[in-house]
Each structure stands twice: as C-alpha cells, then as structure tokens.
Design a protein around this ligand. Sequence first.
Ligand SMILES: Nc1nc2c(ncn2[C@@H]2O[C@H](COP(=O)(O)OP(=O)(O)O)[C@@H](O)[C@H]2O)c(=O)[nH]1
Ligand SMILES: [Mg+2]
Length: 458
Amino acid sequence: MVFKKLGKDLETIMRKLRGLPNIDKEVINAIIQDLQRALLSADVKVELVFQMTENIKKDAMNTDLKRARRKDFVIKLVHDELVRTIGGKPAPIRIKPGKSNIILLVGIQGSGKTTTVGKLSRFYKSKGYKVAAVTTDTWRPGAYEQLVQLTNQIGVACYGNPNEKNAIKLAVRETKKAMNDGYDIIIVDTAGRHKEEKELMKEMENIEASLKPNEVILVIDGSLGQQAYPQAEEFARATNIGSIIVTKLDGTAKGGGALSACAATNQSIRFIGVGEKLEDFEEFNPTTFVGTLLGVPDLDGLVKRVQEAEIDVDPDLVKRMMKGKFTLDDLYIQLKSIKKVGKMKQILAMMGGGNIPEALTDDAEKNLEKWEVVLNSLTQEEKDDPKIIKKTRKRRIAIGSGTDYTTINRMLDQYNQMKKFMKRALQMQKKGKGMPGLPGMGKAGAQFMDKLGKDFNF
Ligand SMILES: Nc1nc2c(ncn2[C@@H]2O[C@H](COP(=O)(O)OP(=O)(O)O)[C@@H](O)[C@H]2O)c(=O)[nH]1
Ligand SMILES: [Mg+2]
C-alpha cells in the first residue's frame, strides 16, 4: 500500500487524540511531536514540518471553544494543515468537451512519462473520451514500440513515426493527424533526455509553442522526495497551464517529501502513479488524500452529505430509543431518512464504521415500498410489539397486504437486527465510547451526527 507508514502514524495520532478526555497544552505538544516525527520520516522538509506544527500549536490553544468541541477543532486543524502541506491546491479541469484537447507530458528521462501516457489514456478512455496517444521520443531506441505496446493493451490509438528524427516536426504532424481523426483527448509523450531542470523547461517551451496544448503535465519521480522541489519550481515558473503527476509512490518512503515539495510550489498535483501497471494510477484530490491518511476518508464528502441531508432530529424518537424502545414504525422512519440521505451506508462506510446492519446494506430502498404496504396492514399493537406477530397474524397480514411470508419475515428479521444493533450502540454510548462528532459540519450536521452516534454506535 502507498503511504502505509505515514498513514499508520497519522491514524495512530488521530486515535490518540480522539481517545483523550480533554485537550490541554500538554496534549497538544505531545500530538505535535508525534506529527513532526511522522512527517519527517516521510521526508517532508523540516521547515515545512515546523511551519505546519507551529500553526497548529498557535491555533489549537488560541480559541475559547468549549472543551468538548476543541477536540474536533484540533482534528480539523491537523487535517487542514496537512492538506496545505502535502496536498497542495486541487487541480483545475482543463478538458473541454466537444473539442480536441492536447495534453503534453514532460519530465526527466525515467520519471515514468511513457508509462503515464498509457495510464492517462486508460483513465480518460474509461471516462468515455475518445483518446489517442502520440509519441515524439526520437531519441530512445524502442520508444515508439514501448508506447504502441502500452496503448495496444487498452485499445487506444497511437500516433508516431520511428523514422522521423525531428521531435518538434514529429509532434506537430502526428498531433494534427490525431486531431483530424476526431479524437477528444490527445496525449503527447516526450523524450525528456535532460540532466537538469533548465534544459527540460527549454524543450517544454519549444514543444508547447508549436503544439499549443490545453495542459502541460510535469511527470516527477516520487522517489526523489524533497529533491523534486527544483523541478516543480522551474516548471511552475515556465508554464501557467501546468499540473503535476507524481509517479512511483508505491516504492518509496519519501512520498511525503515529493508531494510536499510540489505543493510548496503551489502547483496542482493531478494524479499519482502507484505501480508499474496501467491501472496503478489514482486521481489526486488533496482533501480526500489527507482524509484517507488520517483514517477519516472523504471528510469533505461526509460533511457535505450530512449537511445536504437536513435531517430533522425527532426528539421523541431519540427519547424512545434512549429508553431502549424502538418500534417498527421507527424502523420505517429511519429507512425513509436513509433514502433522504442518499444511503446512510455510504456515510457509515466513509466513517469506517464497523459492521453495518443488514437492514441498511441490503436493498433498503427497494424494500421500503413493500414494507409500507405491510405496515399498513398491522395493528398498532403489532407495530409497538412485533414479537406478537406469529403464524396466524402473519397469515392475516400476508392476505391483507397482498404480500408473502418472505417479505414479512425479512422485515421482522431486519427489525430485530436493527434493534440489537441499537441496543449495543446505546450501551457503548452509556460507557462513553461513542464516536465524537466531526468538525466543520455546522449545527444541523452536528445534530445529525449526534443522532447517528446514538443510533448507530459511531
Ligand atoms: N513502481 C513504479 N514504477 C513505475 C511507475 N511509473 C513508471 N514506472 C517505471 O519506471 C520506469 C521508467 O518509466 P518510463 O515510462 O519508461 O519513463 P520515461 O523515461 O519518463 O518515459 C519503467 O520501468 C516503469 O515501469 C510507478 O508509478 N510505479
Ligand atoms: Mg519515455
């Protein structure tokens, strides 16, 4: 796994932070030390690490938040500082639909350009674009064949001419051909036989001037760690339509160094390469990336979804549940809410929240309509105390609702599972082991999380 060590270190820090009863100066200092250690061992530059932890230190205590909220606040602080330090800014979208888009890949020889042309082609093809690749490497023997072989694997057209020795001429001619053939995205590979940044940038500028690409992407070898900085910096200076792909993050402990070096130049990292195969390629989103490292995947997505849900917390329902009362009607209301949230299981999954009851994972939405019919055929007594629904009652309900035993049994089964799950959740809550709310969610979100926490053992 990529960033295994850093991810593990950061997750440990988060767990420690969450588990602490309250946050004081001493705790903050200890957390900061752990953070520094984790980042330094991922090769993040010392100055960046200190800048970042200094910011956290200053803000963490400089607030008159209540104790309980301070923990959330610190988690959010760490998250945001990490995004700034190793995430950079999100990449802008430069693909224009309905036009020929030219993407030019540059980078020092061996950085992984040709492989990345294949990966990128595969990525855009899977998004439904008509993709072609162009090879302009006139220098390396077999460069043309390498790209032909890669693109063949994924059924992408490859343009090039191994007999043409002038790279610029070749680039212009072959790209034009691909444009005439009506491709949406044309990805141009370059030779990159450079020893140093300045030379690389000169070639990039030449090809850029003749091709006029929509986007120039610098491919950087992730195992360079912090040493990626001068390349990324020269590149940032030379083009304003640029972004970066960091490769080989699978085989290095220095990934943090490479990413933070690129982020420090204020360049966007668009993708990361995490292996030799074409599918070893990931879109890079700073927030999601850091969220995953911290063990809070998709914090942003979660916050947004929770806010969008706008669930009204029904205080009566919460009260009933706190007393261990949970009726079939309640289950129905819960599932209706899930529909509104757009699958609560997604939220649970994003939170990394343990075993999800079957009622939530198993076609809850599809069941809902059937259940509605069944519920209409129940007496209030049966709804309040489903235990009494035995054979004769089931028969009556089946006939009355026009459903069958299977539907009724399934509903009762899932109800029982849910009830058990909630009982456990309540016990955990009483023992104070519930999951704390997440930062930045606003009041509605916090209320919702609170309710979820009570219901589902977060
Ligand atoms: N482990 C790993 N190897 C990679 C990755 N990307 C490229 N490589 C390898 O790096 C070497 C150089 O790649 P190549 O695409 O030919 O680089 P180029 O000279 O810039 O075109 C090849 O052996 C690739 O298989 C990656 O993300 N992870
Ligand atoms: Mg190459």
